[in-house]
Design a protein. Structure first.
Length: 190
């Protein structure tokens, strides 16, 4: 089984993020859930954005990067939306990455340097999610997936952003079930 680092979204390390991690644990994987917000959670995306604006988005990302310094190499890096940033930075910059699981977000890989040759990844989002579609994540993901056979893009019908967090209004049980099935299938191939 694999060891995974799952970074939370802009509303913090909610019990919904922990529940998702628990579903991966139930399949036999070890899952670490670093708290980049130091215990804070927020009722809305806007409140989380305000906090990140105060602390600095780069500082939040670097908190995630620092959280893995004592972990071994050979990890799967995963993130929910905001959490995709440290996950992608680590996958592309820390030796030994096994795979990436990017939920609700994806950044242009050129921001973080070269993609490790042959490293598999999955990107999961809703096809009408305004954050994913209108803020450039989909625009970055499509050509990257087309040029990397080991990277998959899964779009689900709907406009929810954090649809895999069962504590939030955007939660979609059916889509989350598919996300988990597809994520576990990738982990089984490692």
């Amino acid at each position: 089984m694999t060891e995974i680092v799952l970074f939370h979204h802009i509303q913090g390390l909610t019990s919904g993020v922990v529940a998702f991690a628990d579903a991966l644990r139930e399949a036999g994987h070890t899952v670490h859930t670093p708290d980049m917000f130091e215990g804070r959670t927020f009722e809305s995306i806007e409140a989380g954005q305000a906090y990140c604006g105060e602390v600095g988005f780069e500082e939040v990302r670097e908190r995630g990067v620092r959280a893995v310094q004592d972990l071994p190499q050979g990890l799967v890096y995963a993130g929910f939306s905001l959490g995709c940033m440290p996950a992608q930075k680590l996958l592309q910059g820390r030796p030994g990455a096994l795979a990436g699981l990017f939920y609700h977000g994806f950044a242009d890989p050129s921001w973080f340097g070269a993609w490790p040759e042959g490293t598999p990844a999955q990107i999961h989002a809703m096809d009408a999610d305004p954050f994913f579609v209108e803020e450039g994540d989909l625009e970055a993901a499509r050509p990257f997936v087309e040029s990397h056979d080991e990277v998959e893009l899964f779009l689900y019908p709907g406009d929810g952003h954090l649809f895999a967090d069962n504590t939030l209004a955007d939660y979609d049980a059916g889509a989350t079930k598919l996300v988990l099935e597809r994520s576990l299938a990738l982990l089984e191939r490692l």
